[in-house]
Design a protein around this ligand. Structure first.
Ligand code: ADP
Ligand code: ASP
Ligand code: MG
Length: 402
């Protein structure tokens, strides 16, 4: 007998028919003699709708109350799924995050899981119940409901799998696995048989939303193999694990992130200490800076451009305003009309010319590159947002056309 954790995303439980479809997958797994813990997200667009409802009442509401509101989405889906499983004639119980033992930090709307104490889950499994757990939520040490950040149910599932030493952790979604690009945008994207944690972590961080990046981080840390597969089509999915057979593949995927802002500070004095002082103003506010580009000094002045998450752009502007005036910099320009396109692959470490191939694809498509960043297993470029989809298609074509 094995312990299997199965996670179903919002589209997999979007309506009654889909809820019964999930109930059938779960009960088939149970019928094979397994203990089954199911983690579910809110139905369809419920989380977006709840956020919009909250904003209608008070766009400046406290994060505590926002968490109280959005966590309701998962309460609906766990109870509906449990009702469907009951109807099929199986023993089942639904549990909220706190009942399932999720203790988190108290940073509301982006809480981190501190510990999972699955005593209640174990007790229910011992009674031969199927256990349905609300993803995305937990409780802080102040007994307040918290949520883990968008897409956080993946992390809930991996955390349970880690805490309970599950034999398998399956992430069911609305596509058949992890592809070489978003299959909804690039129709000839290829499904990967497997992918390493490191590559998946980069892809997820750089915009491939099929898995939440924190779930991959946790899977790597606790060595939990993940299987990403479709809840609608019976087909082998993608295995995410330490070592991938695909190591010989030059790149494993292309990702797009349009949630980016570019900030340029123009006319900074070209002498030591200015970059340090500027970026320390951002780090004290916990603002992560991604790509950084500095021009060569000319006439005693230089320019520095960098990218941040789009929703932090206003904070950057207010954090730097006084400093920029004090040092006599000429201007600060901010744009959210940009996108970051990345290629990821363990194979590029040992192959020259990968970046060149990517740049050639962009040149062929007449797309201008604003900034470039590289690491051992990725190359990212910043381009105009309007060119983003065209860029992904052109780069994908260059690397994956047969
Ligand atoms: P869920 O609701 O199941 O958590 P998400 O919407 O969060 O599902 O993630 C699945 C979506 O991720 C897919 O519908 C697909 O459009 C998108 N996606 C982006 N990049 C990729 C990729 N490389 N491989 C597979 N899906 C991807
Ligand atoms: N319902 C949450 C969201 O929409 C969590 C999740 O789907 O994983 O972000
Ligand atoms: Mg998701």
């Amino acid at each position: 007998m094995s312990l299997i954790v199965q996670k179903f995303g919002g589209s997999s439980v979007a309506d009654a028919e889909r809820v019964f479809n999930v109930a059938r997958i779960v009960t088939e797994t149970y019928d094979k003699g397994n203990d089954v813990v199911v983690v579910v997200s809110a139905q369809g667009d419920t989380t977006d709708d709840l956020i919009a409802k909250g904003n209608e009442i008070n766009p400046n509401a406290s994060k505590r109350e926002r968490d109280m509101l959005v966590s309701a989405g998962e309460q609906i889906s766990i109870s509906l799924l449990a009702m469907a499983i009951e109807k099929l004639g199986y023993p089942v119980i639904s549990l909220l995050g706190w009942q399932a033992g999720f203790l988190t930090s108290s940073s509301h709307t982006s809480a981190r899981i501190r510990r999972v104490t699955p005593n209640r889950i174990r007790k229910e499994l011992d009674k031969k119940c199927i256990v349905v757990v609300a993803g995305f939520q937990g409780i802080s040490r102040y007994d307040d409901i918290t949520t883990l950040g968008r897409g956080g149910s993946d992390t809930s599932a991996v955390a349970i799998a880690a805490a309970m030493h599950a034999d398998l952790c399956q992430i069911y979604t609305d596509v058949e696995g992890v592809y070489t690009a978003d299959p909804r945008k690039v129709p000839n994207a290829k499904k990967l048989q497997d992918i390493s944690y490191d590559e998946m972590l980069e892809l997820a961080t750089l915009g491939a939303q099929v898995l939440n990046n924190r779930s991959v981080e946790m899977a790597k840390k606790y060595n939990i193999e993940l299987e990403v597969l479709s809840s609608l089509v019976k087909a082998p999915g993608t295995i995410v694990k330490e070592k991938s057979k695909m190591e010989k593949m030059l790149i494993s995927g292309v990702a797009k992130d349009t949630d980016v802002a570019r900030v340029s500070v123009i006319g900074i004095p070209d002498s030591p200490g200015f970059a340090f002082k500027m970026f320390s103003k951002l780090s004290t506010k916990n603002i992560n800076v991604d790509i950084i580009l500095q021009s060569i000094g000319r006439d005693g002045k230089k320019d520095i451009s960098f990218t941040v998450a789009a929703d932090r752009a206003d904070e950057v502007k207010s954090a730097l305003k006084d400093y920029i005036e004090n040092i006599g910099a000429k201007d600060m320009v901010c744009s959210t009309e940009v996108a970051k396109i990345s290629i990821v692959g363990a194979g590029m470490e040992s192959h020259a010319g990968v970046a060149t191939k990517m740049f050639e694809a962009l040149y062929d498509a007449q797309i201008n590159i604003q900034m470039i960043a590289t690491s051992e297993i990725k190359v990212s470029v910043l381009i105009d947002k309007k060119d983003a989809d065209r860029a992904v298609t052109a780069i994908h074509e260059k690397f994956f056309a047969e």
